[in-house]
Design a protein around this ligand. Sequence first.
Ligand code: UDP
Ligand code: MG
Length: 309
Amino acid sequence: MQTISIVVPCYNEEENVRDFYDELMKNESFFEKNELVPEIIYVDDGSTDKTAAEVKKLASEDKHVHLISFTRNFGKEAGIYAGLSKSTGEYVALMDADLQDPPSLLPEMFEGMREGYDSVATRRVSRKGEPPIRSFFARRFYKLINRMSRTEIVDGARDFRLMTRRFVDAVLSMSEYNRFTKGIFSWVGFETKWIEYENVERLKGETKWSFWKLFIYAIDGIVAFTTAPLAIASFLGVLFCVLAFVLIIVTIIRKTLFGDPTSGWPSLVCIISLISGVQLFCLGIIGQYMAKTYMEVKNRPIYLVREEF
Ligand code: UDP
Ligand code: MG
């Protein structure tokens, strides 16, 4: 018998805990046929509702159900890290609690393991049910980050993934504080098989991601996986030096040929504003990297546990 761990990050998912379990257990014959024992790890990411209580109820009925409860909300990335650390299975699946990652795909994903892949990932081919403006910015983000970073971040890739133990261990060996899991999964390498499916809408409750949260997440992703923006500062610096040099020559020639009537105040103001704007922008970029470095150097724990079994 081999163990298959199912890691489920939950933040205020009291309505979905049991539905997820029921849906997952529809795979019982698949588990039996492949001699797999499920180990279901719910990670309660500081929920303020009855998520933990629901999990405990489930655990009293099925000893394969486990829980890690955080002391507060640490974010989904921390939840993933905690769940993966706790998992003991030869195979580990990572799934959302809201059933947007259909458990019925597991048998097909497991085929990939049999074929020798170390990770089988899923990608949604449509963004049905998502606000169009969000889809637009999501697409722009993937274009941008893939142009800047050497780590490939697949558009539409979900966190829904089945992994072998050695893949999970590789992910866990990256113990950085600023975790951008989509990038980490790609960074560790190994062969990944992609499975595509139509977007499924959330079963109950609502999404935990506001537009603003996603925007910050996008910036975190860029800062975590490329330093290309830092080069912008040097590039602009060189550009402005060249420009200044040309202007100096023009000014000298004009002065010697035509004298120096006092004018050009408006253009001077424009130039000063432009250049200070660019300078602040570049400082901002450097600030972003410095802030991340600062957080990393503090070496704080990625999550803190209130309760675990
Ligand atoms: N989640 C979490 N911590 C958070 C936010 C979300 O553990 O701070 C979990 C959430 O409970 C769900 C999964 O991450 O199981 C995906 O979240 P959600 O469905 O809100 O995101 P969406 O599917 O809309 O991108
Ligand atoms: Mg969801």
